[in-house]
Structure formats: structure tokens, C-alpha cells
Design a protein around this ligand. Structure first.
Ligand SMILES: [Mg+2]
Length: 267
């Protein structure tokens, strides 16, 4: 009898990693881990904005198992499990460089150069194919100049801006053109070899949206943003994929477990 293999590709913060760290939440994580361990068929990938070392720290802290893949830095890096640890996937790096217009992050950084009010984020927030800045005030006024300098260097990018209302600072991420979590999830689909209907993506917030509308099976955990739930409800009907999206009642790890059972990935 052949076994049906599933891949769970899941966001970490707010999905598998609860935002509240109380004993009850940790027990729920342990419950999910037990279910993972009882299954031979389920492969695991964590898809996160975090850098690899911080992602590893995060899963160790709450006792999540080591995955088959880590997708880090908002989808710009993929690490495969090797004997003892994780190695950057060489094919994925090549793809990122090509999408960046043939450049790596340090070259993109050099092309942008110095600008009043634009400051590089801490080193642990930088990645080979992701350059992250803080801006003084809102980030939008910086975009045109940054884009012009990148165009001059023939870089191809996806500029992602956000604004932190608490600090008043802006955030500007420079990613390879068209790359975000959804790009990486498609790549995982290819290298895992699972059928499309056996890839389950779980998430909770706006940066999971594109990956949730790619056509895979999707778990929206119960604690997800209300605006995201509403938007996914409308968009999935418009795209004819409503039955592929499961809105879990339970929060965090419990919601993921509920969804995996719904899709038949776990008994
Ligand atoms: Mg999240």
C-alpha cells in the first residue's frame, strides 16, 4: 500500500508560536507535536519572516520539532535539513539572485547607498537576499529615490513598506522582484513532490495572504486578523477556491491541528 504524503507549510508567529506564552498554550503545542510524531506521512516546513537563527530559537523555546525545511526572511531564503543542521538551498539562492536582477543583498545595499533619514536595520534583520531599512517618519517618501538608484544598478526588486505607529518609524524591505512567502511555498511544492491537494498552508495575518490564495489547502487559525478572514472569504469565492480554505475555530496550534484533521492530513 502506498502512503499519501502531506506537507504542512506553516507560519510561526501567531500561528504555531502563540503570542501569549502561558502553560495552557504550551500544552496545546505539545498536543500538536504528539500528533505530528504519530504520523509518518506529514512533512513540515516553517515559513517565517524571521532569520534562521531566530526561527530556530523560537521553535526550541516552545518545543516544536525540527522541520524538513525552513523558509526564512519573508520567503527570500529556503534551508533544507541536512545531516546535522540546515543548509541554504543552492537552487533557491540562484533563483533569488536572478530575480534580484543578478545581484545579492550586499550589492543592492551598495546601490542604494546613503540617504538622509534612511538607516539600515540591525544586522540580524538582514539576509542574503533581503535588505531592510528604518525610515525617519513614513517610508513612502523614500521609495522613489531608492527605486531610481536600484534601477540605475539594474536591480529588480519588490519594495515592501510599512509604518510602525508606536515608534513613528517606517520600515522598508527590499526583496527580489515578485518574491514573498507564496513564491517560496510554490518552490516547496516542487521539491517536496506532494500532490497539490496535500500541501496545507497555515497562517494568521496579512503576510500569509498571497500564500493562502495560491490554490493549496489552507488553515486560517481562529485568532487570525478579522480583516484577513473577511477578505479571504470574499476572495476565495471570487477565485472558486472557497472549499480549499478552512477557517479553524480554535487558536494557534489547536487551530492547526483542527485544520489538519479537516483535510485528512492527520487522523
Ligand atoms: Mg504570523
Amino acid at each position: 500500500m502506498s502512503i499519501t504524503r502531506y506537507l504542512l507549510a506553516s507560519d510561526l508567529d501567531g500561528t504555531l508560536i502563540p503570542l501569549e506564552r502561558d502553560a495552557q498554550r504550551l500544552r496545546e503545542v505539545a498536543e500538536l507535536v504528539d500528533a505530528f510524531e504519530a504520523s509518518e506521512e506529514l512533512m513540515l516546513a516553517y515559513v517565517t519572516g524571521r532569520h534562521l537563527s531566530l526561527a530556530q530559537e523560537g521553535i526550541e523555546e516552545i518545543g516544536l520539532p525540527s522541520p524538513d525545511w525552513f523558509v526564512c526572511d519573508v520567503g527570500t531564503s529556503v534551508y533544507r535539513r541536512t545531516g546535522g543542521g540546515y543548509e541554504p538551498d543552492p537552487e533557491y539562492r540562484q533563483a533569488m539572485r536572478a530575480l534580484f536582477g543578478g545581484l545579492a543583498g550586499d550589492e543592492v545595499r551598495a546601490a542604494i547607498g546613503a540617504m538622509d533619514g534612511l538607516e539600515l536595520q540591525e544586522e540580524e534583520k538582514q539576509a542574503e537576499f533581503k535588505v531592510s531599512y528604518y525610515t525617519r517618519g513614513r517610508p513612502e517618501p523614500f521609495v522613489e529615490t531608492v527605486q531610481a538608484r536600484l534601477d540605475a544598478a539594474h536591480a529588480r526588486v519588490n519594495l515592501v513598506v510599512s509604518h510602525d505607529p508606536v515608534s513613528g518609524r517606517g520600515l522598508l524591505d527590499v526583496l527580489p522582484a515578485s518574491v514573498a512567502k507564496d513564491y517560496a511555498v510554490r518552490y516547496l511544492h516542487d521539491c517536496s513532490g506532494v500532490d497539490e491537494e496535500h500541501l496545507v498552508y497555515a497562517g494568521d495575518s496579512g503576510n500569509d495572504r498571497a500564500a493562502m490564495l495560491t490554490g493549496y489547502r489552507v488553515i486560517v487559525v481562529g485568532n487570525a486578523d478579522e480583516a484577513l478572514k473577511k477578505d479571504l472569504g470574499i476572495e476565495s469565492v471570487a477565485q472558486g477556491i472557497a472549499e480549499r480554505i478552512y477557517f479553524a475555530e480554535q487558536h494557534y496550534a489547536r487551530g492547526v491541528l483542527e485544520g489538519l484533521r479537516h483535510f485528512g492530513a492527520l487522523p
